[in-house]
Design a protein around this ligand. Structure first.
Ligand code: FES
Length: 156
């Protein structure tokens, strides 16, 4: 009996060659393909920021919302991606609220003159407690629990 080469083996060999060619092709850059995906995380996961490292002093560490130095006294910082606004009504006193306007759900736009301001229809909320300073919103911004450890501000 004559044993012919198994077609299955030939198919596997061809598939392996094709896969190798695809992998090699991916490494060639491809001209206008993006070079890399840039992560917004400023530090590697699991690497706590070194408080003595001036390069990382202003960047929030892993899991942090912000650094205390990022929050102006008498003002605040809107973290749109986290949908949180952190305020500092008095020196060293930090508060956080939802950044989602209670009127129709826009993300608040600015913090100035003691209020968190929504650009959609003009509502303003006090940086001290999130209460409504000006409508059309009628409900305060819900508070968010935060902890401040050293220079880092985290959601509790
Ligand atoms: Fe903010 Fe209307 S959604 S004022």
């Amino acid at each position: 009996m004559n044993a012919a080469p198994t077609p299955r083996r030939a198919v596997l060999a061809t598939a392996a060659s094709a896969t190798a060619a695809l992998v090699a092709g991916c490494g060639d850059g491809g001209g206008d393909a993006p070079a890399a995906t840039v992560s917004p995380a400023p530090t590697a996961p699991g690497t706590p920021p070194d408080p003595t490292d001036s390069a990382s002093a202003s960047a929030p560490g892993a899991g942090e919302l912000a650094r205390t130095a990022d929050i102006p006294s008498g003002g605040g910082l809107i973290l749109k991606e986290r949908k949180v606004v952190v305020t500092q009504p008095e020196d060293g006193e930090f508060k956080a609220f939802s950044a989602v306007c209670t009127h129709q759900g826009c993300i608040v736009a600015t913090v100035d003159n003691g209020t968190i301001n929504c650009a959609c229809h003009g509502s303003r909320f006090r940086i001290t407690d999130g209460s409504v300073a000006r409508g059309p919103a009628t409900r305060p911004l819900p508070g968010e629990q935060i902890t401040v450890t050293g220079d880092g501000i985290r959601l509790a």
